[in-house]
Design a protein around this ligand. Sequence first.
Ligand code: MLT
Length: 406
Amino acid sequence: MIKINEHYLKLQSSYLFSNIAKRLEAFQKANPDKQIIRLGIGDVTRALPAACIAAMHKAVDEMANDATFRGYGPEQGYDFLRSKIALHDFQKHGAQIADDEIFISDGAKCDTGNFQEILSIQAKVAVPDPVYPVYVDTNVMAGRTGAFKDGRYGELVYLDCTRENNYIPDLPDKPVDLIYLCYPNNPTGATITKGQLQKWVDYARQNKALILYDAAYEAFIRDESIPRSIYEIDGAREVAIEFRSFSKTAGFTGTRCAYTVVPKQCSAYTASGDRIAVYDLWNRRHTTKFNSVSYPVQKAAEAIYSDQGQAQVRQLVDYYMRNADYIRKVITALGFKCAGGENSPYIWVDGQRDSWEFFDILLQKAGVVCTPGAGFGKCGQGYIRISSFNSYENVQKAMEQLKKAL
Ligand code: MLT
């Protein structure tokens, strides 16, 4: 008899964003004439930068000709893209990352979800609360979390992120092996200072732990003093993996291209305490399970690093940040306390009532979709997350409707 992986039965009924999509679909069926403005899932709405489109077209033409056609590429990604990333995203900022420490992939969601596979099933895992649900759910699937009770999994260590601690959690009060951090943070929009991040790196070094650092929203940082990469921090190469994505930066949510940085010094250990390079394990997994991203898409991603591409991406990010600024101002003027929106595309609003109740009010009265904070964890209860990924006109309209509804 074929048996299932019973850990799946411990998962909550559906993935947060699927759950929201279902509610929205039901609402639209019942109210077919109502115009809805989506400020829920962080999905971009603006076209790809022109430099990316030109590079993609050219690459498609190459695929149309036997002389320039390409079949399987290197599983880790083409050198033309890996070298640009290492130079522009790290070396130029003083972080010593080599070209071959970059692994191209089709998304930070997949990479943050998959990385735990190469680690022990016994690893004690610490996650922030609120948290991007992928970190938790993939550990549930693997069997590291225990059962779900009273809003939390028994075997996970939760790192509370609250207004009181500016959404930067304290170090865990019990030993942990694997730590997920995300800055600029999804969902709170909070950022971390170099000093605060240094404490986490020092903790990981002292405890032989590993940090999975999700920096998918790095491009939205405005404040020069905020670290863009964990590798700006001393000692991070030994204990941290970093995830980045072109999804939000360059509008690649539908095009799919991202990357993970795995420094060669980064270590994990066998049961008997022997050091193993995480790099070798990830390279083995990646080459076995993945055939990289298509050539035209990698060419489009490479174009981001051209002078034109850099200017166009900056424009794109600035566009969404103007939305974020606008949302933040309206929400604050309405008397709500909020975080984020200054170095992040998300605004985290203390709604002063149940998150799902607030979600329903905004949907029904204002025709605006947000994300209920409770869907990100217990500490998210009472909050909603508003995304700035939409047109400026829609954001203005949404804020007008929201003012009337509240
Ligand atoms: C979000 O809204 O949190 C993100 O869009 C989800 C994702 O990137 O997978």
